[in-house]
Write a protein that binds this ligand. Structure first.
Ligand code: ZN
Ligand code: ZN
Length: 276
């Protein structure tokens, strides 16, 4: 049964925020907090990127620590956690602040992700597909390589196989932007072709995800990227929720404080509209 109250409550928290510890993000954690206070949010979760793929080590395995790029090692992660902890304390009477991570996930480095999670035991974590067969698909600079390597049919099947692996790993609080490949690939393949292929497999995918106890986020950056929907699209939300997949959080995927809280309430309405 649809629990409107729970969905509306999810929209009072932004659970996908990249402060400038992520090398592609621009605002400090405290600037994000200020924005959250302006918007009157109840809670925010910082989800700094962690990318442990050894094949993309040179490009993605860094954190920005006070203007200096550092490898995502224990030292850098502890600096991040300590800083968020101090802010949590400072704003404890105004806002619930959580220090979490967004992990890139592919099966070939799942062991490293598990090790990281066991070491730091984050209270919130997102598992996301950012690459398939080591080909990055959420960066406009790298996506042409994926387009050359895959047919849309092969790609979308492989993509959702990784999503299922994320759910089966049971490592994460939620699965991030579950149809996030729609950020760039439909520009090459056409959105309706992508949706048709997805439509053919989604009931099977949804069943497997539900069996694995999957919990997903709804990510409003789809709208910000000019798509007609957040991630996931309504048809996907309906198929997933009908099969028993839970929605655990809503997030803006803000990389700059201005985007924090972006269309959270619209997302709650969108979810409710997709399910009823
Ligand atoms: Zn992501
Ligand atoms: Zn993100």
């Amino acid at each position: 049964m649809l629990d409107r109250q729970r969905i509306n409550e999810l929209a009072t928290a932004d659970c996908h925020i990249h402060p400038d510890f992520s090398i592609d993000a621009k605002s400090s954690a405290e600037e994000h907090i200020q924005r959250a206070l302006e918007l009157g949010l109840r809670k925010i979760c910082f989800t700094t990127h962690i990318d442990l793929d050894p094949h993309r080590d040179a490009a993605d395995s860094y954190m920005n620590i006070h203007g200096k790029w550092m490898k995502q090692n224990e030292n850098a992660v502890n600096i991040y956690l300590a800083e968020i902890d101090a802010l949590k304390e400072k704003y404890s009477d105004k806002l619930d602040i959580v220090a979490g991570f967004e992990f890139s996930y592919e099966p070939h480095f799942a062991g490293k992700v598990r090790q990281f999670i066991e070491t730091f035991k984050p209270s919130f974590s997102i598992g996301s597909v950012h690459a398939v067969d080591k080909l990055e698909i959420t960066s406009r600079y790298f996506v042409p390589a994926a387009v050359r390597s895959f047919s849309p049919q092969k790609f979308i099947r492989e993509y959702y196989n990784i999503v299922i692996e994320i759910a089966r790993s049971k490592m994460f609080s939620v699965i991030g932007h579950i149809d996030g490949f729609k950020k760039y690939l439909p520009r090459y393949w056409g959105l309706s072709l992508c949706e048709n292929i997805e439509g053919e497999i989604i009931d099977d995918v949804a069943k497997k995800l539900a069996n694995a106890g999957a919990i997903i986020e709804v990510n409003t950056s789809g709208w910000r990227k000019g798509l007609p929907a957040p991630y996931p699209f309504a048809s996907l939300i309906k198929a997933l929720v009908s099969a028993g997949v839970k929605i655990g959080s809503i997030g803006s995927d803000a990389h700059i404080a201005n985007d924090l809280g972006y269309r959270l309430k619209d997302a709650a309405e969108y979810i409710i509209g997709a399910i009823v």
